[in-house]
Ligand binder design. Sequence first.
Ligand SMILES: [Zn+2]
Length: 190
Amino acid sequence: MQAQVLPLESCPALVLNADFQPLSYFPLSLWHWQTVVKAVFLDRVQIVSEYDRVIRSPSFEFRLPSVIALKKYIKPAKHPAFTRFNLFLRDRFTCQYCGGTQRNGLDLTFDHVVPRAHGGRTTWENVTTACAPCNLSKGGRTPKEADMMPMSWPYQPTVFQLQANGRAFPPNHLHESWRDYLYWDTVLEP
Ligand SMILES: [Zn+2]
């Protein structure tokens, strides 16, 4: 009987920066195998660990990397981009008014803590994560008027803070060779 061969599509590589820290925790920095092969041949990455899966062509045989590290260090931006995703990540995908999360099936939205009608701006310091019911019930009122104070006042996060939050959301599948490079809280539990 032949050993089961992993489909190539299920063989992404975990990408580490030159300091062996994952480029990103959430979403986890993974590259498609074809991108990985290209980067290896261009000599841009170092292979850290491999799958058992071998790809062959008439001229070469190659074990697919499961963990790679960039040869050139990419300096992380100090301030992450003000995006929908990063804002939810700052707030850990949690409504800042009731503490509800997407995991509870809630739809998450944005709330201007100081409403736009009161001069509130669309910035890191004034936009927070709110579930749809909280957003609706707060309406166009200030926290004081609505008697709804956000659990944490919105702030501009650093990349480091977002990375730390991202570590709390491990993906469903982690290849065993990745574990040495990912220090998930969940993995450390007995
Ligand atoms: Zn809520």
